[in-house]
Design a protein around this ligand. Structure first.
Ligand SMILES: Cc1cc2nc3c(=O)[nH]c(=O)nc-3n(C[C@H](O)[C@H](O)[C@H](O)COP(=O)(O)OP(=O)(O)OC[C@H]3O[C@@H](n4cnc5c(N)ncnc54)[C@H](O)[C@@H]3O)c2cc1C
Length: 324
């Protein structure tokens, strides 16, 4: 019996949020007296999979089928179902991201399992199997008890620190009997955003709103982001006006992010915007209006004109980096 974790990779590289999921599962395994098995799909080096041992995985089940290099939700769910049955797993962990959202509910149906989406806590085992999750766009928390025998948890990334340890996971091949239906949806084209930090994976994000006045001023946001090694984001009116691409828009109708640092520049802090960013560990707001609602959600605030503050902040970061 073990806790199974679906681990994702991009072109053979496993990203940090997956280590968090493995470590999360490892703590649950410890508390329930079992071990952690991860499931890895597609083309990836053995050494990369073995490194999951540094985060608490004892075993990796690898489905070495090149078709799985791209997300095929049904095929992923079939593989996770097969892995769960093989290991007689009672607890399945995925991330609450695009892949997890496509795969976890399908697996929950197959395994007749209860599911918690957007988990923010370890299960409280003293009171059943109670997990905390955010509801109403992060304005409240719900505590959900999973009572089914098999349980599926979709972990919200950046909820726990990741600590690298020692260890090497044992990699085993897993054969899965896929059907044609598992690959019924074809990916015709993938447009990759290159040369930038991916917003969904970013630890640091610099984001601009209508207060930036126009696309011609976005160099100020980009310069700061570049110095920090941050991704860039924006409010919805900014992407609606085509100042920035739509994949940068965060909020209720855009992406949800939980970086360690979110710097909001010229953004008022409407509730629909906050819905996408209020899980950030630290929020810095730069706004010329001291009454801007965003200041209430901020850890640090600067009242002033973004056009003056951004170049100074960028320069200060540059100098700081030179000195350290
Ligand atoms: C159903 C629905 C869904 C929505 N979903 C989203 C969503 O997903 N994401 C989202 O962002 N919005 C969303 N919105 C829109 C949201 O309600 C706000 O209208 C929007 O977030 C405002 O964007 P903004 O803060 O960039 O612009 P504004 O509200 O115009 O604010 C601009 C801010 O910039 C400041 N400013 C101006 N000049 C400067 C300067 N020189 N220096 C510093 N600060 C300056 C101003 O003081 C102001 O606070 C949604 C709305 C609805 C109705």
């Amino acid at each position: 019996m073990s806790v199974i974790v679906l681990v994702e990779h991009t072109g053979g590289i496993i990203k940090k949020k997956n280590f968090e999921a493995v470590q999360y599962a490892s703590r649950i395994a410890e508390n329930t007296g079992t071990t952690v098995t991860t499931l890895v799909l597609g083309t990836i080096a053995v050494s990369e999979m073995e490194s999951l041992g540094e985060y608490g995985a004892q075993k990796v089940l690898h489905v070495a089928d090149g078709r799985l290099d791209e997300l095929h939700a049904r095929a992923y769910a079939s593989a996770l179902f097969t892995a769960a049955q093989k290991e007689n797993a009672k607890i399945i962990v995925t991330l609450h991201d695009i892949n997890g959202r496509a795969v976890a509910p399908r697996v929950a149906v197959k395994l007749k399992a209860g599911l918690v989406a957007g988990a923010l806590s370890y299960p409280d085992l003293e009171n059943g199997f109670v997990i905390k999750k955010a509801v109403f766009s992060g304005k409240a928390f719900a505590f959900v008890n999973i009572v089914s025998d098999v349980k599926v948890i979709m972990l919200m990334a950046n909820s726990f620190p990741v600590i690298k340890g020692d260890g090497k996971a044992v990699v085993e091949k897993l054969e899965v009997n896929f059907s044609d239906k598992d690959f019924g949806v074809k990916v015709k084209q993938v447009n990759k955003v290159t040369g930038e930090v991916l917003l969904s994976d970013a630890d640091l994000v610099v984001s601009g709103g209508r207060g930036m006045k126009g696309p011609e001023n976005w160099g100020l946001i980009e310069n700061l982001a570049k110095e920090l090694g941050a991704a860039t984001a924006c409010s919805r009116p900014v992407s609606d006006a085509d100042w920035r691409p739509h994949h940068e828009h965060v909020g209720q109708t855009g992406g949800t992010i939980r970086p360690n640092l979110y710097i909001a520049v010229g953004i008022s802090g409407a509730i629909q915007h906050l819905a996408g960013v209020n899980g950030s560990k630290n929020i810095v707001v730069i706004n010329k209006d001291p009454e801007a609602p965003f200041f209430k959600a901020a850890n640090y605030g600067v009242v002033g004109d973004a056009m003056e503050i951004l170049p100074k902040l960028t320069e200060a970061v540059r100098k700081f980096k030179q000195q350290h």
